[in-house]
Design a binder for this molecule. Sequence first.
Ligand SMILES: *Cc1c(COP(=O)(O)O)cnc(C)c1O
Length: 395
Amino acid sequence: MATPALMQNYGERTLTLVRGEGSYVWDDGGRRYLDALSGIAVCGLGHCHPAVTAALCEQAGTLLHVSNLYNIPAQEQLAQQLVSLSGMDNVFFSNSGAEANEAAIKLARKLGNERGLAVPKILVMEGAFHGRTLATLTATGNKKAQEGFAPLTEGFLRVPFNDVAAVEKMADAHDDIVAILVEPVQGEGGIRVPDADYLPRLRAICDSRDWLLMLDEIQTANGRSGKLFAYQHSDGLLPDVVTTAKGLGNGVPIGACLARGKAAQLFGPGAHGSTFGGNPLACRAGLAVLETLAGEQLIERAGILGRQLLIQLREALGDCAAVTEIRGLGLLLGIELDRPCAALVEMARAQGLLINVTAGNVVRLLPPLTLSDQECDEIVGTVSTLIKQFARETA
Ligand SMILES: *Cc1c(COP(=O)(O)O)cnc(C)c1O
């Protein structure tokens, strides 16, 4: 039983993990698990990667925090690297994904306010997940997550995901839209990969209407999709704002909101801030992550592993009628079933494998980018056997 000293917002937690190394974690009884979830797309380099550990130990013994009243060399270096790798102009650092999205939402609101709009609108998608703060919860397309938290905030309009016509229709009906906020692949929504021309067509609409294209890459960035940022799969496409977090610190809390062009000029001194955001410890972790992604060619590896996993999973589950679709981009993988399948999480754990089920009926795999071929085979073997067993038992 969980201690009553904790709020009960996470539900029952029955597994206690005490140690991690590479693709594996160990529980308090010494049992080993293959981690195909990476702390929800956070530990992309695997657990306790020595490059991150060394950077953190060194920084922890030098200087942890000074506040943003002072220069922070690691913050400036990380910003420069992110800017040069992304094609964006500048960065604001936060401590989480939701906060990075809050910065993006504030940029859009600032633009709307400068345009004299009373309630500037941001277009968001059905099935989207943008976080749990009030504004990002409002942007999130999940009624259950929003329930009981009225009043939500004003200023959002919603359309179906992967539906350009719906965006155009909304554009014609409202003259106070200033931005689109969208995930390049919906993560919590069930690893939904839109058509290849979706982002380019949204880019074109944003250009013609003078809106900001704001991408939520909290889950998709940091190499996981097979590119540093998932939008880099669309040739030459650049967003006006892009946010990331999860994989950027390999477990150290850090988020980033990157902006370009006019969006990069919207915040002046005092417009936004964070006590912790971009502190020396978090930024050293971010620098170690970027260095390791490049040094170990992990971004290319994520693409290769992702294609391999898709092929192997489709082959292993091709004859399983309960599986309606297997989809993904890089190491963002979803296996959709025709029935709720949360029970698979426990079944996998009993076999020594950590997975996740999202949107009720989608098995989500987010393994570390450092996964070996053998570990890849192990995930396919265990997951496909369990899904077939589950399909039989629930038929
Ligand atoms: C996880 C996630 C968030 C929220 O990040 P937190 O760090 O939990 O606030 C926002 N958007 C997407 C796409 C995410 O996957």
